[in-house]
Design a protein around this ligand. Structure first.
Ligand code: PMP
Length: 441
């Protein structure tokens, strides 16, 4: 057996193509990444690439943050992994620290590994608590690839895997840029919400358990639920005895300028899930709920014992993340830098008429390209060309991978980014837009 590391780039790619399972339709990014630090990743040619994906949202504090490196080093050398029912201080300390960042009654925490898993657990709890089984989600949702999480995910193709568990109900995403309902020329999201719940009531067999949503649909195209929508949604859920699960995998922990995106609306979910950002790159997720929901689920035999539940090493890292965010006042930082990024994007919009919309909160911003601002027809090829051009110039941006949505870019740099790095990213985007706009055809 060969255990030789790959040598030249040609050998690397040949070996990658020979041995890796491709887990998405899109190709791997055409660079070998050797190292990452702060707001940059570095490829095998030593090229620095600004990371406006935050390592696809997980490197909230940038890459190789010294406090995280130290936390991993310390835990790996003292307390790494335990039998699932054994408790350690990092787990209890992180649970208490998270509860300290949240409004009551959110005070009970379970620590898992991935986002999909945390939503799987939250959905199970909602089913046990309510005795129902029906789960409602938006049509641009992304909640993971596990069984129940993928059943509540409509943003990627469901084709080819056989039946989805019965009882999954889909409703339209309220999209302020592309409203389904208007009144006096404005987005009438109340009418849209009424319509969504008329659909729910018509499809339900009387067994509603939960509505699962992101406060800002991130993978779905950086679609911010209109102010007031979440409160009205929670009311509709309560009327029907359903729970509200908010998935803050991408929006939680200061990214949007608040500790949690739901805080803008003054709404408290019944169940909250966190992942990606919580582990600063390590697999760590959390389900958080109230005493009442936890107690009833426990009475009814709730089980979610995974190999990595309550693992000390990622928990210690999560605790460091919460500490660094709190001490550094990163909610305010995300608000300030987010305003700078948003203003920069609006400025680009004045000069590049393919930019139809600029939206987002804090350091989670999106731009949507259109062929024409009047018709708002999506400019899909343009979006893909712009991200390619940006990558060539040293900026990595996420393109929304939804079917028919490659006209939307997500900009989500680490919260530790400097003003100068942010401005450089905007300059590169400006240059890429000029180059691609000027291209014939
Ligand atoms: N929820 C949201 C909102 C996500 O963006 C993602 C990942 N893109 C997930 C859940 C799934 O997380 P994971 O990939 O860690 O299972």
């Amino acid at each position: 057996a060969s255990t030789q590391p790959t040598g030249t780039a040609a050998e690397f790619w040949a070996t990658a193509h020979r041995h890796l399972i491709r887990y998405a339709r899109n190709d791997f990014t055409p660079a070998i990444i050797e190292r990452a630090a702060g707001s940059h990743v570095f490829d095998s040619d030593g090229r620095a690439i600004l990371d406006f994906t935050s390592g696809q949202m997980s490197a909230l504090l940038g890459h190789s943050h010294p406090a995280i490196v130290e936390s991993v080093r310390h835990s790996a050398g003292t307390l790494d992994h335990l039998f699932s029912w054994m408790l350690s201080r990092p787990v209890v300390d992180l649970a208490a620290a998270l509860a300290g960042t949240l409004p009551p009654p959110l005070g009970k925490v379970m620590l898992l590994s991935t986002g999909g898993e945390s939503n799987e657990a939250a959905i199970r709890m909602a089913k046990l608590y309510t005795g129902g089984h029906e789960i409602v989600a938006f049509d641009r949702s992304y909640h993971g690839v596990t069984h129940a999480s993928s059943a509540a995910t409509y943003g990627v193709s469901r084709a080819g895997y056989g039946p989805v568990a019965p009882g999954n109900i889909v409703v339209p995403t309220p999209n302020p840029y592309r409203p389904l309902f208007r009144r006096d020329g404005r987005h009438d999201w109340r009418a849209e919400l009424d319509h969504a719940f008329a659909m729910v009531d018509r499809q339900s067999v009387g067994s509603l358990a939960a509505f699962i949503a992101e406060p800002i649909l991130s993978t779905g195209g950086v679609i911010d639920l209109p102010p007031g929508y979440l409160a009205a949604l929670k009311g509709k859920c309560a009327d029907r005895g359903m729970l509200l699960i908010l998935d803050e995998a991408q929006t939680g922990l200061c990214r949007t300028g608040d500790w949690y995106a739901f805080q803008r609306d003054g709404v408290v979910p019944d169940l909250l899930t966190l992942s990606k950002t919580l582990g600063a790159g390590l697999p760590l997720s959390a389900v958080i709920t109230s005493d009442e929901i936890e107690a009833r689920c426990h009475e009814r035999g709730f089980y979610f014992g995974t190999t990595h539940v309550s693992d000390p090493l990622p928990a210690a890292v999560g605790r460091t993340v919460v500490d660094v965010l709190a001490r550094g006042g990163f909610d305010a930082t995300a608000r300030r830098l987010g305003d700078r990024l948003h203003r920069g994007l609006l400025d680009l919009r004045t000069r590049h008429d393919r930019i139809g919309d600029v939206r987002g909160r804090g350091l989670l911003q999106g731009i949507e390209f259109v062929t024409d601002r009047e018709s708002k027809d999506p400019a899909n090829d343009f979006g893909a060309a712009v991200t390619d051009a940006c990558f060539g110039l040293g900026l990595h941006l996420n393109i929304v991978q939804f079917p028919g949505s490659s006209s939307i870019l997500r900009l989500a740099p680490p919260l530790t980014i400097t003003d100068a790095e942010l401005d450089r990213g905007l300059d590169i985007l400006d240059q890429a837009l000029t180059t691609v706009t000027g291209r014939p055809g």
